[in-house]
Design a binder for this molecule. Structure first.
Ligand code: ADP
Length: 250
């Protein structure tokens, strides 16, 4: 689904991503691991159009998507999740879902004024979709809660929920488990597995929690110093000498 070919992203003279090549299989939950500073987040940001690469190419289903801006990738179904921005914290969980761009088409003044009936219809369809998403993620009891009051793990579920409001095909998830308790981390893992199995989402997940990676991800890609060191099952990765050395060296 995604092919990254010899990607470089330099900040000044420093190559945060330094000739990374990898492939993401459609229908997989691929784990991306590696010591801090390995270039994982930068790689995500280049694939998702946040940064333009210094050199190299990114393909999605054989189409060259190198350097396309995030909104164009969004329309192709490539999404990178982001923390709920501060300004959305005072809106409810359900309102946050309804704000997802692309989920709503009745935004223009013209529509609002001349097609009130249609806008109302769309809004109720959107409400229904938001409620279905909340139920799927088992956070329907939080729908009227302000997003800013959610715990870290609940916010992660809401981030996943936002990808469900549009027709996502591949989702890039950054640091799922940071500051999330074990129970909620399992709930997030369950949601990812169900989205993968039942809705055909492909996932790429950056995560430090090896139990989480082992439960969800096959294959696992290990990066170090801007390059891909190894790709394989978690067991292959854990016994790979270059991987062990990269982790011990930090
Ligand atoms: P990881 O996600 O694997 O921890 P990052 O992609 O965040 O790694 O960072 C890789 C390297 O690039 C780090 O040394 C980091 O300091 C550097 N880096 C990341 N973003 C920037 C930036 N915007 N400007 C300069 N250096 C950066």
């Amino acid at each position: 689904m995604i092919v990254v070919d010899d990607l470089v992203k330099a900040f000044g003279g420093f190559h945060a991503v330094d000739g990374a090549s990898l492939a993401i299989e459609e229908g997989s939950i691929t784990g991306l691991i590696g010591p801090n500073g390995a270039g994982k987040t930068t790689l995500f940001n280049v694939i998702a159009g946040i940064f333009k690469p210094t050199s190299g190419r990114v393909f999605m289903k054989n189409e060259d998507i190198t350097g396309l801006p995030p909104h164009e990738l969004f329309h192709k179904g490539l999404l990178r999740t982001f923390q709920i921005a501060h300004e959305f914290g005072s809106m409810t969980v359900r309102e946050n879902l309804m704000m997802v761009p692309g989920a709503q088409s009745g935004e223009t003044l013209w529509n609002a004024w001349f097609h009130r009936a249609r806008v109302a219809e769309e809004e109720s369809a959107l409400l229904k979709k938001a409620d279905e998403v909340l139920e799927f993620l088992t956070i329907d009891h939080l729908k009227d809660e302000k997003a800013g009051n959610l715990s870290g793990g609940q916010k992660k579920l809401l981030e996943l929920g936002r990808t469900m409001m549009v027709d996502a095909r591949i989702v890039f998830l950054d640091e799922v488990g940071a500051g999330v308790n074990r129970t909620l981390l399992n709930t997030i893992g369950d949601a990812i597995i169900r989205l993968n199995k039942e809705r055909g989402y492909t996932f790429v997940v950056i995560e430090h929690d090896m139990d989480f990676i082992a439960r969800l991800c096959d294959p696992v890609i290990c990066m170090a110093e801007g390059k891909v060191l190894a790709t394989g099952t978690i067991d292959e990765i854990k016994s790979n000498d270059a991987v062990i050395e990269a982790y011990l060296g930090t």
